[in-house]
Design a protein around this ligand. Structure first.
Ligand SMILES: Cc1cc2nc3c(=O)[nH]c(=O)nc-3n(C[C@H](O)[C@H](O)[C@H](O)COP(=O)(O)O)c2cc1C
Length: 179
């Protein structure tokens, strides 16, 4: 059976350090992944070995062929305060945001792992954005423990990056795909 296409969108926060593991986990789960980083995520990717997985940066030029097949599913790990709010508001001013807005509009199964400190999550836009995305069918996964009921802010000095398990994302995706 041919592998299905997964867009791995990643944003500028420390959990982006685990993208290499995410690429491997996606392949082991039977996906063909494409990495779609925001500009702010790029410094976190510098020393990671993503193998021969395509990394799609920025918009294609007019007339340039599409660089990916259509997505069967999308994950966004980590989803920053900035990207999550922009996505919920329907802003598509970058390639990763266009990808996320299109996934939502086409009801492509999508899992988001929000990642922000309480200084940011106490801003009222955060909870409004999470509510909006959930209502639109986006599956939200807490980076602390993989649960989907609520999202705790990242406390300073916690080991969330190391403790995060990609299997939480793929488990949620499998459940979403079946529904
Ligand atoms: C070292 C560092 C750590 C950061 N950690 C976070 C974070 O945990 N969550 C967050 O929402 N933004 C974090 N930011 C800020 C984002 O990178 C910034 O808001 C950026 O504009 C996000 O862009 P993006 O959503 O396009 O990736 C961090 C920035 C730096 C430099």
């Amino acid at each position: 059976m041919s592998r299905r296409t997964l867009f791995l969108v990643t944003c500028g926060a420390p959990l982006a350090y685990r993208l290499e593991d995410g690429v491997r986990a996606a392949q082991e789960d039977g996906w063909s992944p494409y990495v779609i980083p925001t500009d702010a995520a790029l410094p976190w990717l510098e020393d990671q070995d993503l193998g021969d997985v395509p990394v799609i940066i920025g918009n294609r030029k007019p007339g340039e062929p599409r660089r990916t097949p259509a997505a069967d599913a999308v994950v966004v790990v980590p989803a920053t305060f900035h990207t999550l709010n922009a996505w919920a508001a329907g802003n598509a001013y970058s390639y990763p945001l266009t990808t996320l807005c299109a996934a939502l509009g086409s009801r492509t199964p999508t899992v988001a792992v929000p990642y922000a400190s309480d200084e940011l999550t106490n801003h009222p836009a955060w909870s409004a954005s999470l509510t909006m995305l959930r209502r639109a069918g986006i599956q939200i996964v807490d980076p602390h423990d993989g649960t989907s009921g609520s999202v705790r802010p990242i406390a300073p000095g916690t080991k969330v990056v190391d403790a995060f398990r990609w299997e939480w994302v793929f488990k949620q995706l499998a459940a979403t795909d079946r529904s």
